[in-house]
Structures are given as structure tokens and as C-alpha cells.
Design a protein around this ligand. Structure first.
Ligand code: SAM
Length: 212
């Protein structure tokens, strides 16, 4: 191991800095990306749970037809395919990320969701990776849950996910957010409960809840 580290540092000193940066970039991409069919996916533990357990479960059930996915990035682009038989929507605050969203895409904040949909429209809202990644204030987070509650049908499901580590958790969201507490736990059978903590360094946590 020591020999490997020494060799690595020797090679690093020999190569021009731009080439070292390119190689590091390539190594990072190899470690965090994976090909699935023709699509590139993010290769992280929480993403694998989302893509191989959570999304397929809801995609195959007819009672979940009207679906909203909150927040888009390059790795959410293939989700349109998973939900191709559904009335699938995305919402993302940054206009330039429209290209990663569904055909039915809204450029706006989740806090304004009810400007676009009647009450009770959605059967399922997947709201992961947004809290702590732009949605940070208490007021905005309260409003985001308020809007999800308003736009979900009774019996509809909210999947809320965030990285539960101090650096990425603006405040103890599930304990302190009043509008989150309007939801009831939903037993998500494939993961045997209503809360699932991914065993990774980010402690990505999924909460499954329903509108009573
Ligand atoms: C880390 S990415 C996560 C993408 C995706 N939700 C996922 O995890 O699969 C966070 C995205 O949420 C978006 N975002 C942040 N605050 C938002 C808000 N209030 N409403 C909608 N999107 C928001 C950001 O612009 C960013 O593209």
C-alpha cells in the first residue's frame, strides 16, 4: 500500500498539473457514474435505492398515476422512462435544468406548486435531495411541505429524502417542521418501514408518508 502511494505521488509529480486534474476528474466520474442501458446514472448508494427499489415499486402500481418529482439534475433525466406510462411531472427552480426534467416540466420553486395544480392532483410526490441543496430556510421548507400536502390527494404518498448529516441539514426538519407533521407514516413494504437510512457517509434518509 505504501509503495502504491509513493508510486502515485511520483507519477503525479512527473505529469503536468492539467493532466493530473483530467485524470482525477476521470477517476471521479468512473467511481460515481454507471451506465444502465444507454443512460448514465449516478452511482451512489441512495441513488441505487431510489432507482432500483422506490421508483420501480410506485411505477408498477396503477393507483400511483399522477407523479411529481422535485428538483432535477443530469442523473434525473432517465426517470422520464421509468414513468413513461404515467402522468409524470417535474419541477425545478433553475431554468437551465429544464433539459433534465420530464416532458411536463415546471420552472419554479416547489413553494409555488399550487399555482399550477388543483388541490389533491398528485398520487405521489418524490421530494429528495432538495432540502439542504437550495431549499434551506425554515419558512421555505414549511411552505414546500404545505404545498405538497395541498397538491397530494388523500391517501397520496410523499417520499421525502435528505442527507441527514450536520453539514447538509439546515435544521432538524422532521422534528421541527409543522407542516411535515400533517402527514402520517406510510408503510413502504419493500424497505419494511416508513423510514430508511442508507448506510453511506451522507446518511441519506428516506421518509415515506401519506396525506390522511
Ligand atoms: C442536489 S439536486 C437534487 C436533484 C434531485 N431532486 C435528486 O436528488 O434526484 C437539488 C436540486 O434542487 C433544486 N432546488 C433547490 N431548491 C428548490 C426549490 N425550492 N424548488 C425546486 N427546486 C429546487 C436545485 O436547483 C437543484 O437542481
Amino acid at each position: 500500500m505504501k509503495a502504491f502511494i509513493l508510486a502515485k505521488s511520483f507519477v503525479k509529480d512527473l505529469l503536468p498539473p492539467f493532466l493530473v486534474r483530467q485524470i482525477q476528474k476521470l477517476l471521479f466520474i468512473t467511481a460515481t457514474h454507471r451506465l444502465h442501458g444507454f443512460d448514465l446514472h449516478l452511482n451512489l448508494p441512495d441513488r441505487r435505492i431510489l432507482e432500483s427499489v422506490i421508483i420501480p415499486y410506485f411505477a408498477k402500481l396503477d393507483e400511483f398515476d399522477k407523479i411529481l418529482f422535485v428538483g432535477c439534475d443530469w442523473y434525473t433525466k432517465p426517470y422520464q422512462k421509468y414513468f413513461r406510462k404515467k402522468d409524470y411531472w417535474t419541477i425545478e427552480i433553475q431554468p437551465e435544468k429544464r433539459k433534465y426534467g420530464a416532458k411536463k416540466h415546471i420552472v419554479d420553486a416547489i413553494e409555488n406548486l399550487s399555482n399550477y395544480f388543483v388541490d389533491g392532483y398528485f398520487d405521489l410526490i418524490i421530494f429528495t435531495g432538495v432540502f439542504g441543496h437550495g431549499l434551506n430556510s425554515r419558512d421555505a421548507t414549511e411552505e414546500a411541505f404545505n404545498q405538497c400536502f395541498k397538491c397530494l390527494r388523500p391517501g397520496g404518498v410523499l417520499v421525502f429524502g435528505w442527507n441527514d448529516i450536520p453539514e447538509l441539514t439546515p435544521f432538524p426538519v422532521t422534528e421541527e417542521c409543522h407542516n411535515f407533521k400533517k402527514f402520517s407514516p406510510y408503510f413502504f413494504a419493500p424497505l419494511s418501514g416508513s423510514r430508511y437510512v442508507v448506510g453511506d457517509q451522507w446518511k441519506h434518509t428516506f421518509i415515506f408518508c401519506t396525506k390522511p
